[in-house]
Design a protein around this ligand. Structure first.
Ligand code: PLP
Length: 348
């Protein structure tokens, strides 16, 4: 991989973090109505949540324009990325994806003995779809596409991506991770979920961890062909890993249109602010379509990270093409002001 995470060589626990901008968490959520629904559901904890899961699945199916048989829930989308990897790569094969990208599914595939065929992003940080298509061979058991992509925050043209998915899914399943979809201006224009409704062998992953602000509550889903889901659930259970509290929370959150819109708007205000500030300081960020931003820094990665943590700001540092980059998640505006202030004092 051309990307390496720069792990700190200092004790992170010792830093007094005032702005946690390292894990792409939503600083506003969960919505108050979600907190209430969850509190009320705690007393139902003596029962399994299968009935509530069916309610949530029906709501998701309606929203995505598919049947309930096209939906599988999991405790976060991570669980579903991993379960998909277990099923697709238990006998090896290879996985095609962009590099850099989100490594969870790829790492699980590699651990199972699959080989990874990384394809560099284009110069404008989109998926190089032509090169990815060429990389697919008879041993390819899955193609992973993260759109918008993490850690770059960049998007791939939806029309081109759709054509790619149609073509490639005839040979091998295409997994499209849409964790950050809702931060886009017109998410519905970018989602590949319509291809599932059209019968294509595409698996779309979504999560309640990002725009819904429920990362610690652990709930997400995939939308795919019923037979594809059956190939997973014949090996592992789906709703058995879920808490009734998280399910009830997700049901409540799906109705919180206003809250979700506020999160999107506040996120883009923070993004504009940070982009303006770092641009003025002479840094060039990849245009972000997500709740985080990444840009190359001009000092040694460890030294930068230590300075930021000492200043109470948690961020991530990735080495891409042997150069250190700062990935910063959008927090509240006052957290972003602290980020900018600390950044200035660390980089002088
Ligand atoms: N996919 C992408 C692209 C992510 O960035 C993340 C989390 O950061 C996940 C999936 C997993 O999130 P969760 O398991 O909380 O749904």
């Amino acid at each position: 991989s051309i990307m390496k995470e720069n792990f700190p060589n200092f004790k992170m626990e010792e830093a007094r973090i005032m702005a946690r901008l390292s894990a792409n968490e939503n600083p506003y959520g969960p919505a108050p109505a979600v907190v209430k629904a969850i509190s009320q559901s705690v007393a139902l904890g003596n029962r399994y949540g299968h009935g509530d899961a069916a309610t949530l699945i029906a709501m998701i199916a309606e929203k995505e324009g598919v049947t309930p048989e096209h939906i599988m829930l999991g405790p976060g989308s991570s669980d579903l990325l991993e379960k998909t990897a277990f099923v697709r790569f238990k006998d090896g094969g290879n996985i095609v994806s962009a590099d850099p990208s989100y490594m969870s599914l790829i790492n699980t595939a590699k651990s199972l003995g699959a080989s990874w065929k990384p394809v560099k992003l284009t110069t404008d940080y989109a998926h190089d779809l032509d090169a990815m298509e060429k990389a697919v061979d008879s041993e390819t058991n899955l193609v992973y596409v993260c759109n918008p992509n993490n850690p770059t925050g960049s998007i791939t043209d939806p029309v081109k991506l759709k054509a790619f998915c149609v073509k490639v899914s005839a040979k091998t399943p295409v997994f499209v991770d849409e964790a950050y979809l809702e931060f886009l201006d017109k998410p519905e224009n970018h989602s590949m979920v319509g291809l599932v409704a059209e019968g294509k062998d595409v698996i779309v992953a979504r999560t309640f961890s990002k725009v819904h602000g429920m990362a610690g509550l652990r709930i997400g889903y995939i939308v795919a062909q019923p037979e594809r889901l059956k190939s997973i659930t014949s090996l592992v259970r789906s709703t058995m890993g879920l808490c009734v509290t998280s399910i009830r929370g997700a049901i409540a959150s799906m109705k919180e249109e206003r809250f979700l819109a506020d999160c999107r708007n506040l996120n883009s205000e923070c993004r504009d602010y940070v982009l303006g500030e770092i641009t003025a300081l002479g840094y060039e960020s990849i245009p972000s379509s997500t709740s985080f931003m990444i840009f190359p820094i001009k000092m040694e990665g460890q030294k930068f990270m230590k300075g930021m943590y000492d200043g109470g700001v948690a961020i991530r540092v990735f080495n891409i093409d042997d150069k250190p980059w700062c990935r910063v998640s959008m927090g509240t505006m006052s957290e972003m002001e602290l980020f900018v202030q600390t950044f200035k004092s660390v980089t002088v």
